[in-house]
Design a binder for this molecule. Structure first.
Ligand code: NAD
Length: 248
């Protein structure tokens, strides 16, 4: 099977680490970004400099028209994808539930849930044996918060990731016989810019003592799990929710 992957939100953090590792393992990688083209181009350049194949592709994953245009570009320039990593996500820790606006709730679910759903739909249309595809692997980036609940001013984020877990299990069942595996990775406390963007820049330092391994994880450590699930090294693994959280 060709190794062609789309990784959403891949201009930084876990997505960028996944793009770099996947490219080192022979994947041609479409590096999705929403707004920061320079950062996505830097990831692409790093991959190309090491002899790999990569392409920066813009789309807000919550915008169906932009996602369709992105897939058309990938089809034309790399071919049909055989792996999708639904990694794009946002967190916001600035409001308790009694302060939370419906606009914020909708955006949280639009990006974390609807965006993953739209990308997965387009992936199934390309991977499924029913559509003439060669099969493939979909990896959804959930969160340990889906299980822990996240009662720290981001209950909406935890609920969205809970939806991702249930979506993973249902989709895995639906397409298993068509050659598509679907799994989720649940990162714990990982050192990326998402915490500063979400309003708590010191979150990893403040909470590391709660992790049995007594430290936050790195984006590269999460990427190892994601790339394993993308690859032929996990041929009989589907419908799993893999915790990468230092035991948290
Ligand atoms: P990050 O903020 O560095 O990366 C998220 C990426 O998603 C960014 O590049 C951002 O631009 C992109 N993005 C956001 N909205 C988008 C949209 N509408 N369309 C396209 N791209 C969009 O954070 P990260 O920690 O690397 O997060 C990656 C994933 O891991 C997210 O789904 C996040 O919820 C999940 N996660 C992170 C942690 C952690 O502690 N860092 C823990 C659990 C789960």
């Amino acid at each position: 099977m060709d190794k062609i992957a789309l990784i959403t939100g891949a201009s930084r953090g876990i997505g960028a680490a996944t793009a770099l590792l996947a490219a080192r393992q022979g994947w041609a990688v479409a590096v999705n970004y929403q707004g920061n083209q320079a950062a996505a181009d830097a990831v692409v350049q790093q991959i190309r400099a090491a002899g790999g194949t990569a392409l920066a592709v813009q789309a807000d994953v919550a915008d169906e028209a932009q996602v369709l245009a992105m897939f058309a570009t990938i089809d034309a320039q790399l071919g049909r994808i055989t792996a999708l990593v639904n990694n794009a996500g946002v967190v916001d820790t600035t409001q308790r539930v009694d302060e939370m606006s419906v606009a914020r709730l909708r955006r949280m679910f639009d990006i974390n849930v609807i965006g993953s759903f739209i990308c997965a739909r387009e992936a199934v249309r390309r991977m499924s044996a029913k559509h003439g595809g060669a099969g493939g692997s979909i990896v959804n980036v959930s969160s340990a918060a889906a299980r822990l609940g996240a009662a720290h001013q981001y209950v909406d984020y935890a609920a969205a990731k809970g939806a991702i877990d249930t979506f993973t299990v249902g989709l895995a069942r639906e397409v298993a016989a068509e050659g598509i595996r679907v799994n989720a990775v649940r990162p714990g406390l990982i050192e990326t810019d998402i915490h500063a963007s979400g309003g708590l820049p010191d979150r990893v330092r403040d909470l590391a003592h709660q992790v049995p391994m007594l430290r936050g994880g790195t984006a590269e450590e999460v990427a190892e799990a994601i790339v394993w699930l993308m690859s032929d090294a996990s041929p009989y693994t589907t419908m799993s929710l893999l915790e990468v959280s230092g035991g948290r």
